[in-house]
Design a protein around this ligand. Structure first.
Ligand code: ADP
Ligand code: ZN
Length: 721
């Protein structure tokens, strides 16, 4: 082969052909340096017949510059990249980029210099030096990373190097990980667990594509159960990928994994240090990373010998990526399993309706864990009707919930209050003129965060300190908070139960694996009486002394136009309820609601999951919604309002007229301004048989738009903002 076709990692360029220089041998999947103008870009050698491109005459071809010192991307991964790009209407290059997501790893073996404390003190102590010395205890990283950890400038740290307080250490960037051992600490499984684990273990041995839904109630021991097929894969020298929805959950997972297998798994998520990233990437690519635990981005890495994929809490919405390539990691995981010819386990206590439909149709096998491990009972669930039990003015906890909290406090047991709203209050306004604080970049209210004294936009991150006077009318001390966030609920708890030790658990307070670990230790040691938390604490945590769960406002999730609102409410409340009574003491759940008769609330109170799924299935069938029909969204955005509107209109005018598709819009998106861009949406509801993606591609590719207009396609959307 003296010419090759390359997929270059630049979405604006199509595939490019190159000449293979004398003496170089290439094969598909190899990562290469491609000359482009005066520079070079990274490309992946691809099968020419699978990647249509312009036929350039041989004499015009430029020669490849070189091969990168990494293994070729395996064929199943290349097929996955093609499938993802095709299914989600995304550029191939953007998907391929996710496989090569460590710049450092592509450069080959290396050593690096990291620094650590020597224990020495500087001749002259400054507050910054002091802070750095305290913050860097036990850390070893590059100067740049240490500066980030300590919150001081790199200059301060260089000063400490000169003073001999920090010393350089040469480290091999690719030093191997501690091996996980399948027989390290085996556990006795219950009969149900044993049956499921045996089936899964056989599937790993068989080494064929086999999707499973591991459907187990909260506390049934899904993790212990899927550890067994992981052990089987380890015995066979095959790699395992475990996808978790939140990095806050990884810490608890890591310690359980270590107890079982005697070593930590390899971590992969977006906030890894660059050195950790490259080490993990290279170990994944050369097969020495045995078990990888990661966020959705771990799905596209070039595993050398994948043998099993586990998606834990598979119903979680956070597996859906909402910008860039809009893919659902749960669904792509199943496709990866198909291409790799390996089993895939989706574990959940509240599976998505789509997953249950796959079981119905015989595509997925279902394994049930119907009871909690160790004889723990499911909690009792009661609704508190807020129209009967009215909380006092400016408060949100109704008397029955307050009594239940007092009761636990008196017994030395723990409680969890769930409200899916970060901050103190979702809206702040001026008492005098009614001015509302809005984000300058988004059509959203600024959320007051009282602990950190700021008003923040939860969409773009814009922040401002709360002003002393109203920016509109100039009145001093006039700001009032409207509605509750978790911080305000925490205040109310403190007011009513002055002796209670309260912890607010949100992505603001549990923003790193370390913080999450501290939280777990604190709760486990009995240092907290009442946790007030967002969806972050609804799953994964196992606190035996936690016996009361209060859902502050179960109606919140039902507002808004989300297609899956009822399902999401059901899942969130069932998950958070599942935190109660996991030990020997029985658990109780109180759900505050204004609509105790709404089908989803009634099903929760009755503990009747089947009733909920039946009602929801019927509603979806009537609406032609997934899994009975399909949805897609087109999002048009621009910094110029008129450009966005006109482009959306042109797209709307060019809509295909087909019987198997209904197209709604364009209309301003609910979040009509996001990060400074004006947004319009079209919504497509298609029959299952429709050629949805091809139709959208043909439709959109025929249109041109002014520079600055972005047109995004969201297949199987979750968020309708
Ligand atoms: P789930 O994920 O299904 O909610 P977990 O996997 O968190 O449940 O298990 C609940 C608790 O029971 C955990 O503390 C777990 O360690 C324990 N457990 C489950 N199965 C076993 C077992 N076979 N042996 C010992 N402990 C177990
Ligand atoms: Zn904003």
């Amino acid at each position: 082969m003296n010419r090759v076709r390359c997929l270059v990692l630049n979405a604006a360029l199509g595939p490019l052909d190159y000449k293979v220089p004398e003496g170089m041998s290439v094969e598909p999947g190899q990562v290469v340096e491609c000359p482009l103008g005066p520079r070079a870009v990274i490309g992946i050698v691809w099968e020419a017949e699978r990647l249509p491109g312009a036929e350039v005459p041989a004499e015009k071809l430029r020669a490849l510059r070189g091969l990168l010192p990494i293994p070729p991307l395996p064929a199943p991964l290349r097929r996955l990249i093609e499938w993802t790009a095709d299914y989600y209407c995304a550029p191939l290059a953007s998907v391929a980029r996710m496989a090569l997501s460590s710049g450092g790893a592509l450069k080959g073996p290396a050593t690096t210099i990291e620094y650590r404390l020597t224990g020495g003190l500087p001749e002259r102590m400054t507050p910054q030096r002091q802070a750095a010395l305290e913050a860097l205890e036990g850390e070893q990283a590059t100067i740049r990373e240490l500066a980030g950890i300590a919150g001081v400038s790199e200059g301060v740290l260089r000063g400490l190097v000169n003073q001999g307080c920090l010393e350089p250490v040469e480290v091999d960037c690719d030093r191997p990980y501690h091996p996980a051992r399948p027989e390290f600490a085996q556990v006795d499984l219950s009969d149900h667990q044993q049956a499921a684990a045996a089936t899964l273990g056989e599937a790993v041995k068989a080494g064929a594509f086999a999707p499973f839904l591991l459907d187990g109630v909260t506390g049934s021991g899904k993790t212990e159960t899927y550890f067994e097929p992981i052990a089987e894969a380890l015995r066979m020298d095959r790699q395992v990928l475990v996808l978790l929805p939140e990095i806050a959950l990884t810490e608890a997972f890591l310690s359980r994994f270590e107890e079982r297998f005697g070593a930590k798994p390899v971590l992969w998520h977006s906030s890894l240090k660059s050195t950790e990233r490259r080490r993990a990437w290279r170990a994944i690519a050369n097969g020495t990373a045995q078990v990888v635990v990661g966020a959705r981005s771990a799905l596209f890495l070039p595993y050398a010998a994948l043998g099993l994929i586990v998606v834990d809490e598979a119903h979680e919405v956070s597996f859906k990526q909402d910008d860039g390539v809009r893919y659902n990691a749960r669904d792509v995981a199943v496709m990866r399993g198909a291409f790799e010819e390996i089993p895939v386990i989706l574990a959940s206590a509240t599976p998505a309706l789509e997953s249950l439909a796959m079981v119905e149709s015989g595509t997925y096998a279902k394994l049930d864990l119907p009871s909690r491990f160790g004889g723990a009972e499911m909690p009792t669930i009661r609704t508190v009707n807020l129209t009967e039990h009215v909380p006092g003015r400016g408060s949100w906890l109704a008397p029955p919930l307050v009594e239940a909290l007092e009761d636990r406090l008196a017994r030395g047991e723990q409680s969890l209050l769930f409200l899916n709203r970060r901050g103190y209050a979702p809206l702040t306004l001026c008492r005098n003129c009614g001015f509302r604080f809005q984000c300058p970049n988004c059509s959203a209210w600024l959320v007051e965060h009282r602990f950190s004294r700021r008003l923040a936009c939860h969409h773009c991150g814009h922040e401002t300190p709360p002003p002393e006077t109203c920016p509109d009318c100039g009145e001093p001390d006039c700001l009032v908070a409207c509605g509750p966030g978790v911080e305000r609920i925490a205040d109310e708890v403190t007011e009513r139960l002055p002796d209670a030790r309260v912890f607010v658990a949100t992505s603001d307070t549990l923003n790193s694996p370390g913080r999450a670990a501290e939280f777990v230790t604190l709760v486990e040691s009995g240092g907290v009486d009442v946790i007030v938390g967002t969806q972050l604490v609804t799953k994964g945590f196992h606190f035996p002394d936690l016996t009361l769960v209060g859902v502050v406002d179960a109606d919140l999730g039902l507002e808004g136009g989300d297609l899956r609102a009822a399902e999401r409410t059901y899942q969130q409340v069932a998950q958070v309820a599942g935190r109660a009574g996991r030990g020997s003491k029985p658990g109780e759940v109180l759900i505050q609601t204004r609509h105790p008769d709404a089908p989803v609330i009634a099903a929760l109170a009755a503990g009747d999951r089947d009733a909920f799924y039946e009602a929801e299935t019927e509603a979806r069938r009537m609406a032609g919604a997934p899994p009975f029909g399909r949805w897609a969204a087109i999002i048009v955005s621009s910094e110029e309002e008129s450009d966005a509107r006109d482009a959306a209109r042109r797209i709307g005018d060019a809509r295909p007229r087909q019987d198997d598709m209904a197209i709604y819009g364009p209309a301003p998106a609910p979040l009509s301004l996001l990060r400074g861009r004006y947004r319009y949406r079209l919504l497509i509801n298609a029959k299952r048989s429709a050629r949805l993606q091809d139709t959208i591609r043909e439709w959109l590719s025929a249109l041109d738009h002014p520079a600055g207009v972005r047109v995004g396609v969201d297949i199987d959307p979750y968020s309708f903002v």
